[in-house]
Design a protein around this ligand. Structure first.
Ligand SMILES: NC(=O)c1ccc[n+]([C@@H]2O[C@H](COP(=O)([O-])OP(=O)(O)OC[C@H]3O[C@@H](n4cnc5c(N)ncnc54)[C@H](O)[C@@H]3O)[C@@H](O)[C@H]2O)c1
Length: 333
């Protein structure tokens, strides 16, 4: 039996606890939250599980093998470090840490102690992302031209980070997982309207071979939009994550260039073929991710969403913040 301690029982923590409790071979050995109101909620939903107010007591418990860190971003480093120092594997929320320097420290510590780190990039385990990855691996879209994502809604305003650090980790982790090359540079613009943190931002990432990505994140949108376009030489894909049934649509549309000699002679023909919607597996991504974490530890395998993958996202977030401060100046990675 693999024994987890969960730290942080706010909005996301209960989802981690629920999934761990229903997962074969896993047990929740303790839950910690510093807030008395949260501890009351823990007790009423999980009467038989020990509740802690100080995370140091849970990370040092001999009854725990791994710690899930589900607290706000600025606390990830200190809590995850304490867990690793006490010999526990760590499952930590996105974004991994508040800086690349912190991520490096945690990765080194885990390597020294032969412990696993998994960063919760939940979207990588959704049926949609797993299907897109399969389509790209099979070359269905051909050479990629662009990745263009809109992730906007009204709120939830975070107190400790801007909209880039709140919402863009999803797109950055998805992009890093789907694309074979790493981004070379980032340019971002954004604006603060209400609480001193950017509440709207536009991030552009430049990749090798003319591949370009754009991410639009916004806490001030009147409607919720979760739409990603991926354009390739052979096919184009639209992923609307708010669609219940046909989340993915593949379009046999594009532009073929017949003659490249001189601008005025350029002969383009537009392809407008079929559209189809592939089957997307209905799974609870978090459940799949946590069972993968359990398996990685049991088999001593490195998760693909490990500390290095988490650090890559943090590096891009840092670059985006730096670029916003310079009104969109290009920041090389
Ligand atoms: N993977 C996803 O899709 C997803 C979705 C939502 C949130 N998250 C991430 O989960 C984390 C938590 O987000 P949330 O929305 O649940 O935040 P939240 O503020 O609702 O909850 C955080 C909880 O942690 C507790 N806490 C804070 N510091 C603590 C400490 N030192 N010791 C013990 N408890 C402490 C707080 O009292 C609170 O109950 C964030 O990193 C966020 O980015 C991920």
């Amino acid at each position: 039996m693999f024994r987890f301690g969960v730290i942080g029982y706010g909005y996301w923590g209960p989802n981690i606890v629920r999934n761990l409790r229903s997962l074969e071979g896993c047990q929740v050995a303790g839950i910690c939250d510093q807030s008395p109101a949260a501890r009351k909620r823990i007790q009423s939903a999980n009467a038989e599980i020990p509740v802690y107010s100080d995370y140091n007591d849970l990370v040092s418990s001999p009854d725990v093998d791994a710690i899930a860190v589900i607290t706000p971003v600025w606390t990830h480093f200190e809590v995850a470090k304490a867990a690793l120092e006490n010999g526990k594997h760590v499952f930590v929320e996105k974004p991994f840490t508040s800086s690349v320097a912190q991520a490096e420290q945690l990765i080194n510590l885990a390597e020294q102690k032969n412990l696993k780190i998994m960063v919760d990039h939940t979207f990588l385990f959704t049926g949609a992302v797993r299907k897109i990855r399969k389509l790209l691996d099979e070359g269905v879209l051909g050479k990629l031209y662009y990745y263009d994502s809109t992730r906007v809604n009204l709120g939830l305003f975070q107190h400790d980070c801007n909209v880039i650090w709140d919402l863009a980790p999803h797109d950055l982790s998805i992009m890093n997982h789907l694309l074979s090359a790493d981004a070379e540079a980032i340019s971002a613009t954004g604006q603060t309207h209400l609480n001193g943190h950017e509440d709207i931002a536009f991030i552009t990432a430049y990749f090798p071979e003319k591949m370009i990505a754009h991410i639009n994140v916004n806490w001030l949108s009147p409607v919720k939009v979760r739409t990603t376009l991926i354009g390739g030489e052979k096919k184009m894909l639209v992923w609307n994550d708010l669609e219940a049934d046909e989340k993915l649509k593949i379009y046999d549309r594009g532009v073929d260039v017949k003659n490249q000699e001189g601008l005025y002679n350029l002969l383009v023909s537009y392809r407008s073929g079929d559209m189809w919607s592939p089957q997307v597996e209905q799974v609870e991504a978090l459940r799949l991710e946590l069972s993968y974490f359990r398996d990685c530890i049991c088999k001593d395998e490195k998760p693909f969403n490990d500390g290095h993958a988490g650090m890559k996202v943090v590096r891009m977030l840092e670059a985006a913040n730096e670029s916003v401060a310079k009104r969109g100046a290009l920041v090389y990675l």
